[in-house]
Design a protein around this ligand. Sequence first.
Ligand SMILES: C[S@@+](CC[C@H](N)C(=O)[O-])C[C@H]1O[C@@H](n2cnc3c(N)ncnc32)[C@H](O)[C@@H]1O
Length: 323
Amino acid sequence: MPHRIIIDQINTLLGNNRPNEALTVVYQAILDHPHSLEINTNALYLTLNMPPALCAQHLAQVSACHHVVGLETLTDKLITLFSSHPERYELFATLGNILCRLESADLAIKSFDQVLIAAGSADIAAKAIVGEYQATAASYDGVDAHQASGQNFVTLLAECLQGPRHRLNIVDAACGSGLAGPALRPWAASLTGLDLSPTMLAMADQTGLYDRLVEGDMTDTLNAMPESADLLICAGATCYLRDLAPFLAAARTWLKPGGQLFFADFPALDGMGVKETIGGTFRYCRSAALTREMAAAHGFSELNGILELSFTLPAFHWHFRKE
Ligand SMILES: C[S@@+](CC[C@H](N)C(=O)[O-])C[C@H]1O[C@@H](n2cnc3c(N)ncnc32)[C@H](O)[C@@H]1O
């Protein structure tokens, strides 16, 4: 049977709310056509709406159909299969997302790393960033992935937000539209937002949660505020920085001794790489070893480093303290 017809059959069963029968067809299809990109892609996309336990069960069944044991061997098999696919970015990003949700951090990073290209020498120009957010600001908060990413970030950030409320001087670097503001405000004696984009800052202003909003490059702005704060956060913006060193140096300057730094950063398997997004823009990605080495060199000790989804992709959520 042509693969397209099998997939139509699976979709019809799913549309008629018969998921178990759909899965039976999927498993038989993998047994019959183990090298089919279409069928394996379909099996992968089915996991996107599954809760982790069901997803793990499904992938175990997919492994059995491929006559392999374990998630690692299945990941390697899918990596080989997807490598020549024209939609490889989407496929590896999806596989990385699924593995991250299954808490298989090493495999998620390995899969995500397949889409990275060598990091060039040029920084992403501030002008391009401002232009990008001028175009997308109005719809930013309405995108599910942005809301979910913000939610994951503040859930992990909760560890930094302890002790008495209203005591911390907090900076939300690259605050964007202010999605982290509601989580930060109850802990803040003062809350400052920094961003390159005036359009995004205007949205943060509308939340009424920030005491101060500063337009400009976060590294430059932080350097101008020595030892004035307890907590610095940065969600979804270190990926614009080719070199993390100036940002870490500025964070060190800005934080009081014992102050905390919390940020999310896309991973690479080794060193660093660049990912090209579906929209054709670029983001820098770094290995855990590189970030740890740089943070230590700037006088930060690591409190935590967890891989969690950020903008639907695996991302390290780093928590450091200035020593
Ligand atoms: C993906 S958004 C994230 C916004 C917000 N932190 C959140 O989690 O919703 C990235 C933001 O980073 C800002 N940005 C990027 N590079 C920056 C830089 N060097 N300095 C200040 N802001 C920057 C952009 O203007 C944009 O508002």
